[in-house]
Structures are given as structure tokens and as C-alpha cells.
Write a protein that binds this ligand. Sequence first.
Ligand code: SAM
Ligand code: 2KA
Ligand code: SF4
Ligand code: MG
Length: 219
Amino acid sequence: MYRVKEAFYTLQGEGAQAGRAAVFCRFSKCNLWTGREKDRATAVCDFCDTDFVGTDGQNGGRFETAEALAEHVRRLWPENAGGAPYVVCTGGEPLLQLDELLIAAFHAAGFEVGVETNGTLPAPAGIDWLCVSPKADAAVVIAECDELKLVYPQPLAPPERFQDIRARHYFLSPMASPSAPEHGDDPVKMSNTRRATDYCLAHPRWRLTLQMHKIIGID
Ligand SMILES: C[S@@+](CC[C@H](N)C(=O)[O-])C[C@H]1O[C@@H](n2cnc3c(N)ncnc32)[C@H](O)[C@@H]1O
Ligand SMILES: Nc1nc2[nH]cc(C(=O)O)c2c(=O)[nH]1
Ligand code: SF4
Ligand SMILES: [Mg+2]
């Protein structure tokens, strides 16, 4: 059984695949926060900007088989539109649920499979694009990925701690305020963007990435 909060067709807003059309499949549940506001202050990850509780979002639901979920995602991709169909598995923490069966079913449906993970759980084989985004002092168990995308600043997760994770790209993503309006003003994010910029200027191995979807007002 796979539990999905929501699924939607949009442009990837972050990282090296920014601008690419993708179906986002947001899995329910996370291992670093319950998703309830009353638990935020004591959570390992306390700045999450996402609602991943339950299965009641747009195109959310419970799927008995990998094939059923892959078919559900396939229906969200435009027909005969060309390009390489792309699904981004996110959450919540997708590696609590994503397994080799589901990856095979996505591939059989014609999709490349991207994953956004906090890096604390091992990744199944077959993922086409793996993005690891470390959180606070949670141990990262993934040694190699396509992109490391660190939310910045995090007092317990300075960039220097992750130099030994092998990645094709190293990104800093300015921390947005979890309570800021989804597509509105966020002074905290503005200040964090300046700090991330300064870090990238001083450490050119790191590149700046912005949450483009929030800037242009799409999902
Ligand atoms: C909601 S998480 C879900 C996937 C996975 N649990 C993870 O943390 O990578 C999706 C992406 O949003 C980022 N994110 C979450 N809260 C954020 C915030 N307040 N500001 C900027 N990025 C944030 C995460 O770091 C991650 O790259
Ligand atoms: N457009 C868009 N791009 C994204 N990249 C990562 C996201 C996520 O929540 O995992 C996300 C998201 O929620 N929307
Ligand atoms: S690990 Fe990801 S989904 Fe979980 S609370 Fe943090 S940002 Fe949100
Ligand atoms: Mg998001």
C-alpha cells in the first residue's frame, strides 16, 4: 500500500532540473517530523514548508499496487506532448515508501524517476535522479547522489559537513519561513538568500538555487 498526499503536474522549481516539467508525487509521512504544528519545535527537522499529512490533497489517495500508482501518475502527464516523462517522488519522506517495484512500474509507464530525500534512509536501486537534502544533525546514509541540495542556513548542518558526499552538483537553497504565505512576501527568506549568496561567493563549489515555483506562483 502506497500513501500519497497529493500529485500534480508542474515545473520542477529547484536544483539542476529546475524548469523541467514533472509530475510531483508527494508521499505521506516523514521520519523527521510528524507534520503536526504542535510537534514542530521538538522535531529533528523544524523548518518544513510542506503539508504531507494524510492522503487528502489534490489527486492524493491510497494505492494498493505499484502499477495502480504508476497509472495514476501517468494520467497526470499530458498525452502526446513529447519530451521525457518525469516523475519526482517527494513528500514527506519518499524513501519510507518508494521501493524497487514502484520504480520499475514508473519505468514501465515511460517515466524517468527523480527523488527528493532527506538522505537518512537507503535509496532503492534504479532512481534516475537523486537529490539529497540533509536536515539538522540527522545522519546522512547516502554516500553518492546526483545533487546535494542543502537548505541554508542550518546551525546543525553547515555545508562543510557534507563535502565528502559525492554529488554532481552542490546547491544551497535559502531557507524560507514555513509560515510565510505560499506565494507572498518572506523577509526571512530574503535575508537567508543574501547569506547563501555570500557563502557561494566565498565557496564557489556551491551554487545558489531558488525555489522558483514560489517566485512565479505555481505548485
Ligand atoms: C518538503 S521536502 C520533501 C523531501 C524530503 N523529505 C526532503 O526533506 O528532502 C522537499 C524539499 O523542500 C525543501 N524544504 C523544506 N522546507 C523548506 C524551507 N522552509 N525552505 C526551503 N526549502 C525547504 C527540502 O529541503 C527538500 O529539498
Ligand atoms: N514546483 C515545485 N518544485 C519542487 N521541487 C521540490 C519540491 C518539493 O516539495 O519536494 C517542489 C514543489 O513542491 N514544487
Ligand atoms: S525531512 Fe523533508 S518532509 Fe520531513 S520535515 Fe524535513 S523537509 Fe519536511
Ligand atoms: Mg515544496
